[in-house]
Design a protein around this ligand. Structure first.
Ligand code: ATP
Ligand code: MG
Length: 561
């Protein structure tokens, strides 16, 4: 709670912490460059969104809201090779879940193919674009290098009439893929390689998920994107740093196409996280190689994986807010994301007992067959969550690690002769244990003090408090624990460029014992399991009355804000 207050004060305090994008927008508005603010989130539907995209979504949506402007959600679906409807659906679900309300402002760049074609014809007519017959390889050779200028294409000086005819032929399917391209006529000697007559249209005989077989020519990203922005009257086109060198081309396209109030591109640094894999290319490989259980495997940081793992939109918004916006790339500690979900769930979710590695505890002086109900607060830091009745019985389960026949130093849990508190229940004193033929402890015995009901005692103190569940009423469940999917210590990548995977990223525990209050939990419900962390009901593998739990995060962390 305290941290929230600090953050609010910072935001409200005399404009202290406006980021560089807000400053640029303020300036544009003050100088009358734009009269309003309009932003967009333009994903390419070639994979699922990840935490980095969440940053971009919330940044763009947040700016539109802050300036009373509009926020567009646009699929940048101009490249039919990798795009799929499955991705369109998952991306839409993720954007809505994050709470970026785009109202009725959902667009598809492919709906502007006619406009893009028109722009290309307009450029040809202005003498600013030409059809080129060089092969892809030749174009690369002619382009020059960072230190040497490029050479003009022999086709650069074709007449406007010839270019118009050839471009129309391209559109009409008269050429094979790669046989001809349309190029912007800019400057082959430009110090910026992106300006050396970039290709703006290519022939590709491919079916598009939206426009079907209507087109066999498709615009290149650097030509299509500025037009999409301009058509939608975007003012500030916010993208990541790798497009910085493309900005002159962006500006060239909107200027030469003569758009009024052309949009302005502003770049910020991508969000990278330690210990996880961001980047669609890597995530896709993990999915395709079957290393993870789909794009929403809880070890990933796709938005659907974070949702499945039990993260909330609030926690992700908070995280993005804490990350801030910057011009220089750096990695954010994954522990900060964990911090945000802990903070969010701490007061919201009930704290219940779950025994992950169960061992039986028998209270020998407790009546056989009796079950009594103890009133337990649902969250002792938040009385608003009320209380529930928790069954107690002669046979219980406790965590195996909470008993040691021969205690190590400073061990305050159960060992013969030691008294501990069973949380919210009774004080019990350990009387011994049973073992199997191999010497493994199978049952622990104890005696309880009926005077300590509720776990309170005015005459003596104990150092250990253990969680427990009553054996006759607890249910069995599968629980999954996670570690980082990549071994960050040794570096994310192996020498051959493959990911350095952590073999222990998933641990599946069967036969955990959970208190009955969670038996009917539904997908995405989450809980604090006392001493074990925060857990969420898996949305794929749970069945009614048979929840499977994923650990969102453990309780402790060395992370400090
Ligand atoms: P990836 O690099 O993961 O494959 P991408 O940039 O190819 O992602 P797009 O669908 O093209 O994915 O991106 C949509 C928007 O999200 C773009 O504006 C892009 O700049 C932004 N974006 C992508 N990755 C990040 C990131 N790590 N941090 C912030 N914004 C990002
Ligand atoms: Mg991309």
């Amino acid at each position: 709670m305290e941290e929230t207050k600090v953050m609010t004060e910072e935001k409200e305090g005399a404009g202290v912490s406006k980021n560089f994008i807000e400053q640029a927008i303020d300036k544009d508005l003050a100088e009358g460059v734009y009269s309003h603010v309009q932003t967009r989130f333009p994903p390419e539907p070639n994979g699922y969104l990840h935490i980095g995209h969440a940053k971009s979504i919330l940044l763009n949506y947040g700016l539109a809201k802050e300036y009373g402007g509009k926020f567009n959600f646009r699929f940048d679906d101009t490249n039919p090779t990798k795009e799929k409807t499955e991705y369109v659906e998952s991306i839409t679900e993720d954007v809505r879940w994050l709470g970026a309300d785009y109202e009725d402002r959902l667009f598809f760049a492919s709906d502007y193919f006619d406009k893009m074609y028109e722009c290309a014809v307009f450029l040809i007519k202005k003498g600013k674009a030409y059809v080129c017959d060089l092969s892809a390889e030749e174009i690369r050779e002619y382009r020059g290098t960072l230190t040497e200028p490029g050479k003009n294409s022999p086709y650069r000086d074709r007449s406007i009439e010839e270019n118009l005819q050839l471009f129309e032929n391209m559109k009409n399917g008269m050429y094979k893929d790669g046989e001809k391209v349309l190029r912007a006529k800019i400057d082959m000697a430009s110090p910026n390689i992106n300006m050396r007559d970039p290709v703006i249209y290519r022939v590709a005989h491919m079916t598009h998920h939206n426009t079907g077989d209507k087109w066999c020519i498709y615009p290149m990203y650097d030509f299509a994107h500025p037009i999409e922005d301009a058509v939608e009257h975007i003012t500030h086109s916010i993208c990541t740093l790798e497009f910085e060198d493309h900005r002159p081309l962006y500006d060239w396209v909107v200027r030469e196409c003569e758009f009024e109030e052309p949009p302005r591109q502003i770049e910020f640094a991508k969000l990278y996280l330690t210990n996880v894999v961001t980047g669609k290319r890597y995530i896709k490989k993990l999915v395709e190689d079957g290393i993870v259980d789909g794009w929403d495997d809880p070890r990933l940081v796709t938005i659907s994986a974070l949702r499945r793992r039990g993260f909330t939109p609030e926690s992700i918004r908070r995280f993005v807010e804490l990350c801030g916006v910057s011009k220089s790339s750096s990695s954010v500690d994954y522990a900060m994301l964990e911090y945000c979900i802990r903070e969010d769930l701490k007061l919201k979710q009930p704290r219940i007992s779950a025994i992950l590695h169960p061992i039986k505890l028998v209270i020998d002086n407790y009546p056989e067959g009796k079950i009594e109900y103890l009133e337990v607060p649902n969250n002792n830091e938040n009385p608003e969550l009320g209380s529930r009745m928790v069954p107690f019985a002669k046979e219980l389960y406790i965590e195996a690690e909470d008993f040691m026949e021969v205690p190590v130093k400073k061990y305050f849990r159960l060992f013969p002769g030691n008294e501990v508190r069973l949380m919210n229940a009774y004080f019990v004193t350990c009387t011994g244990c049973e073992k199997d033929a191999d010497g493994n402890v199978t049952v622990v015995h104890a005696a309880y003090d009926p005077e300590t009901r509720g776990g309170n005692c005015s005459t003596r103190k104990v150092k250990g408090t253990l969680q427990w569940v009553a054996a006759p009423t607890a249910f069995q469940a599968e629980v999954r624990l996670y570690e980082n999917i990549v071994d960050e210590e040794k570096g994310k990548l192996n020498e051959d460029g493959s990911l350095n995977l952590n073999p222990n990223s998933l641990t599946v525990l069967k036969g955990c014992r959970i208190e009955p209050s969670a038996k009917d939990a539904k997908p995405y419900d989450s809980f604090q399991f006392v001493r074990n962390g925060y857990f969420c009901v898996d949305c794929k593998d749970s069945e009614p009355g048979k929840p499977v739990f994923n650990r969102i995060v453990s309780l402790k962390s060395s992370f400090k804000l």
